[in-house]
Design a protein around this ligand. Structure first.
Ligand SMILES: NC(=O)C1=CN([C@@H]2O[C@H](COP(=O)(O)OP(=O)(O)OC[C@H]3O[C@@H](n4cnc5c(N)ncnc54)[C@H](O)[C@@H]3O)[C@@H](O)[C@H]2O)C=CC1
Ligand SMILES: O=C(O)[C@@H]1CCC=N1
Length: 268
């Protein structure tokens, strides 16, 4: 593709740009970026990635793909601005939480639309992405978009309705895990371990556990059991987690995020 235009140049846009350029998936000269008004931010990205500034919206006319990467609350305003400049067959790829394909079609007309829910691990080519398409996306384009996303992580096609849950799990998921590491660092400090030591130990522990889950076909409950010596330290720790309703806390975390995604869809 010769011309991919980002409408929105924040955290998620940069994660995609970084991952695609680092993995040589897309030539930076094919990428054009725009945001609401932060020219300094755009110049930083041009400087860092050698991408192009979208000088004005008339340049949308010959775009192969327009990527919506603004916050859901800003989607309506952003789409109203770009709508008059889009060619009839220009495809849209939206990374917005909650904002439905139907809503995008209402603003941008009937056209090929893909909704993707990636995460910021796209930066290092390790995203977990869910994707859904409307029926205007040809099989060739579906394969192309999936290939672009597979270059920066895993991609799972789902019904659009399931993207609320995907957003709550893997879209927001990196933040839950970062929060977990913050807590481990706080706990380690109580025993005189520096943040750096705890960080190194726990990053390796998380990475190792992830590889154990990926490599074998063992259930997490069995892997957990293999660590939990009867009457040992792990059992004591798990009992403390159970006394604080850990499992319920995680389920409620995901329920709240999934519900918020549905609210964002309604707010549109
Ligand atoms: N941050 C994350 O981990 C993930 C974010 N997302 C989705 O990506 C989208 C962007 O999220 P972030 O990058 O975190 O937000 P952000 O606040 O970092 O970036 C939003 C960008 O949109 C731009 N923008 C706002 N109104 C605009 C308009 N009218 N025209 C053009 N640009 C406009 C802002 O200037 C900014 O560059 C959201 O819809 C979010 O749901 C999806 C997956 C993960
Ligand atoms: O927090 C949010 O709404 C966005 C969508 C998933 C991750 N960040």
């Amino acid at each position: 593709m010769q011309k991919i235009i980002f409408i929105g140049a924040g955290s998620m846009a940069e994660a995609l740009i970084h991952g695609w350029i680092k993995k040589n998936v897309i030539n930076p000269h094919a990428l054009f970026i725009s945001n609401r008004s932060n020219k300094e931010r755009l110049n930083e990205l041009v400087e860092s990635y050698d991408v192009n500034l979208l000088e004005d919206h008339t340049h949308l006319r010959d775009a192969d793909l327009v990527i919506l990467a603004m916050k859901p609350k800003d989607a309506r305003a952003a789409m109203e601005v770009i709508a008059p400049h889009l060619s009839a067959d220009t495809a849209i790829l939206s990374v917005l939480a909650g904002v439905s394909i139907d809503t995008i079609e209402q603003h941008l007309g009937s056209r090929p639309i893909a909704r993707v829910m990636p995460n910021t691990s796209a930066t290092i080519g390790m995203s977990a992405s869910g994707i859904a398409f409307n029926n205007h996306v040809t099989d060739v384009k579906r394969a192309l978009y999936i290939q672009m996303l597979e270059a920066i992580g895993i991609v799972i096609e789902v019904e659009e309705e399931k993207l609320h849950a995907v957003t709550a799990l893997s879209g927001s998921g990196p933040a839950y895990l970062y929060y977990l590491v913050e807590a481990f660092e706080q706990a380690g400090a109580e025993f005189g371990l520096s943040k750096e030591i705890v960080r190194e130990l726990m990053v390796q522990t998380i990475a190792g556990s992830a590889e154990m889950l990926k490599s074998g076909n063992l259930e997490p409950s069995l892997l957990r059991k293999k660590v939990t010596s009867p009457g040992g330290t792990t059992e004591a720790g798990i009992k403390a987690l159970e006394s604080m309703s850990f499992n319920e806390a995680i389920v409620n975390c995901v329920r709240s995020a999934e519900n918020r995604s549905r609210e964002l869809a309604r707010e549109e």
